[in-house]
Design a protein around this ligand. Structure first.
Ligand SMILES: Cc1cc2nc3c(=O)[nH]c(=O)nc-3n(C[C@H](O)[C@H](O)[C@H](O)COP(=O)(O)OP(=O)(O)OC[C@H]3O[C@@H](n4cnc5c(N)ncnc54)[C@H](O)[C@@H]3O)c2cc1C
Length: 383
């Protein structure tokens, strides 16, 4: 295992930093958080710079890179900006499309992705009565007179109000818990019968989520993405990469908080000396650094394993269990080092602290990661 970056990766990260420096200022970021979204021009610039096409196969106009490179870019963009961005979620839906869609669907999604000029897709899986327990969802897709009719309610759908397309997961025909067959459907959000309602988030407000209602929504059978009945298996497959991306996002936030806190500790004077000279502050900085190095080692090792065809069923759950939690602790310590100033909107650390909390829930909660990892660990050490 060698984590030395390739020349291409170094160059890519340099251009990610340049992109952030050119387009992001603290004032603009604050505005985007208030407005609950980034301007369309920023999404367009992100696509034009090529970042949005990373990981998408060449035959569809993308730039194939390994999972490690995607994680590095997410980490660096988050670190350099100190902000969450809605871009990667968009790419995650494109990865689903490229993996499970027909060539025509992929081309359609790619064209839409390029043309729309704002986050194009949302992913609707969770329901008010079924979050962690996806199998208990009750939204159904029924075949009626050669068409598909969707009924049900989804919630916490990130970018659901602004994205023109939604990839929705629904039970085939029968909503009962015994029926485990689900499928994925890509549909325009302006299809009659689809409605949304805003939800107020406490962090990551730059990419809001919403409720989504499906009331006798009639779509063509050709909206099916992947095989009928295999939607749950498809979801599981891409959840592994989603966990790594959330890990990279959390790591980037922790690194940004660390940089701000360490710099502040070197400047802020109390009792006649900089606070960085106090042992309790040094202990915080030391523990923060240990956590950051641990996060990075686990993330890169897991990305390397995924890129080398090694199963990451256990390690992707460990990434999701460990990194968001450790990142929140780092951001909380950073806020503490800033004292009263840290508890205001004047600093980035307060935003990083709020944003990092959401990653302990999004993409599978801490507790569900134990549920997944625990069984794997028992298997791994069985005698
Ligand atoms: C920032 C953010 C973005 C999101 N974006 C999306 C999105 O784009 N699309 C989408 O579909 N969803 C999205 N979600 C929803 C997210 O996937 C769910 O919130 C998550 O899966 C948990 O489901 P729940 O909220 O229903 O909690 P529940 O499943 O009701 O869980 C409540 C509590 O019980 C615990 N619990 C549940 N089951 C067990 C168990 N077996 N053992 C131990 N503890 C358990 C949980 O860990 C949690 O602490 C988002 C959530 C957040 C916070």
């Amino acid at each position: 295992m060698d984590f030395k970056m390739t020349e291409e990766q170094e160059l890519l990260l340099e251009s990610a930093r340049e992109f952030v420096n050119r387009h992001f200022t603290e004032d603009k970021i604050k505005q985007w958080y208030k407005e609950h979204g980034v301007p369309d021009e920023l999404t367009k610039a992100y696509l034009d710079a090529g970042f949005g096409y990373l990981g998408i196969p060449e035959e569809f106009g993308g730039t194939p890179v390994d999972n490690m490179t995607i994680c590095l870019v997410v980490e660096e963009m988050t670190r350099a900006s100190g902000a969450s961005t809605p871009f990667m979620l968009n790419s995650l839906v494109m990865f689903d499309m490229c993996e499970f869609g027909s060539p025509e669907q992929i081309q359609f999604a790619m064209d839409a992705y390029t043309k729309v000029g704002k986050p194009c897709f949302s992913l609707a899986v969770s329901e008010p009565g079924a979050g962690s327990d996806n199998a208990s969802m009750t939204t159904t897709a029924k075949k009626v007179d050669g068409k598909i009719v969707i009924n049900g309610q989804k919630t916490w759908v990130t970018n659901g109000e602004t994205s023109p397309y939604v990839l929705v997961v629904a039970k085939d025909e029968d909503p009962s818990p015994q029926n485990k067959n689900m499928s994925m459907w890509l549909l325009p959000k302006d299809t009659p019968g689809v409605k949304t309602a805003s939800l107020e988030k406490i962090g990551q407000t730059i990419m809001p989520f919403c409720e989504m209602y499906f009331d006798n929504v009639v779509i063509e059978e050709s909206c099916l993405v992947g095989e009928r009945g295999r939607g749950f298996m498809n979801l599981m497959k891409n959840f592994e990469m989603e966990r790594l991306i959330i890990g990279a996002h959390s790591l980037g936030m922790a690194q940004a908080a660390m940089e701000d806190a360490a710099a502040y500790a070197g400047q802020r004077v109390a009792f006649g000396q900089t606070i960085g000279k106090f042992q309790q502050i040094q202990q915080k900085l030391t523990d923060m650094e240990v956590k950051i190095q641990n996060m990075r080692n686990l993330l890169y090792k897991t990305a390397w394993e995924l890129d080398n065809g090694i199963s990451v069923q256990l390690n992707s759950a460990l990434v999701k269990r460990y990194i968001p939690n450790a990142a929140l602790e780092v951001c909380s310590d950073a806020l503490q080092i800033f004292g009263g100033l840290g508890y205001t909107t004047e600093t980035r650390v307060s935003r990083l602290w709020q944003d990092s909390r959401g990653n302990q829930i999004a993409g599978g909660t801490d507790e569900i990661m134990v549920y997944i990892a625990g069984r794997q660990i028992l298997k791994k050490y069985a005698k």
